[in-house]
Design a protein around this ligand. Structure first.
Ligand code: CA
Length: 231
């Protein structure tokens, strides 16, 4: 089960950047630019974590945070405040309002992802599993080890990331360009055929003899981790 995140951010480029990155990490993402929308969105579906911009038009992030903290059913939702204010006094004020963590803009996306994972590990351990497992294949994020049955699978860092990304959302089909962005990064220009080459190597590494192929090629679309490969 993937974690769901609610992003409350009125600066469009930041909202897009965050939405894109959390989606690529396998989160279910909802976004709004408006603090007033938060209570409704939260009651529609309780998010596992909220990223909350401090400076919002209308009701501020601080007020939204305070409001959520006063209600029994939303009191425990982890909140990370995003803000341009980096001063210690503001930081203290943010945390005093009930935010669980506090990130100063401009922030690094990998660092923010790491903080979100840390918070989820405390509040919701199953959403940030350290081991991904499907059928006889398991991937350990901490030790970077992949095994199939009893044998170790040797993967290059790229193939590891590719498998990790696919295994995070079993069944979901990713286009070549989505995989390029997620595994190689968004700013790198690489030919989409590179993805085919690495998928080919990954398949070769994880399959022996007549073992079923866990990676499904979806014609005209891309690739998916086949959640039923072992059936
Ligand atoms: Ca703002």
């Amino acid at each position: 089960m993937s974690a769901s995140i609610l992003i409350v951010e009125d600066e469009d480029p930041i909202q897009v950047l965050l939405g894109y990155n959390f989606e690529a990490e396998g989160f279910r993402v909802r976004c709004t630019a408006n603090g007033e929308d938060v209570p409704m969105l939260v009651s529609d579906e309780r998010p596992d974590v909220i990223l909350l911009d401090w400076m919002l038009p209308g009701i501020s992030g601080i007020e939204v945070c305070r409001l959520l903290r006063t209600k029994p059913d939303t009191r425990d939702i982890p909140i990370i405040m995003l803000t341009a204010r980096g001063e210690e006094a503001e930081r203290v004020r943010g945390l005093a309002t009930g935010a669980d963590d506090y990130v100063v803009k401009p922030f690094s996306v990998p660092e923010l992802l790491a903080r979100v994972r840390t918070i989820l590990r405390r509040s919701n351990p199953e959403t940030v599993a350290e081991t991904l497992a499907a059928g006889d294949i398991s991937l350990d994020r901490r030790t970077r080890r992949v095994t199939r049955g009893l044998r170790d699978i040797e993967l290059s860092p790229t193939e590891f990331k590719l498998l990790e990304h696919l295994m995070q959302s079993p069944g979901r089909v990713y286009s070549r360009s989505q995989l390029l962005d997620a595994v190689w990064g968004r700013d790198v220009y690489i030919d989409e055929r590179t993805v085919d080459v690495h998928v080919g190597r990954l398949r070769k590494a994880i399959r022996r003899g007549r073992e079923p192929d866990p990676i499904r090629t979806v014609r005209g679309m891309g690739y998916a981790f086949d959640e039923r490969f072992n059936l």
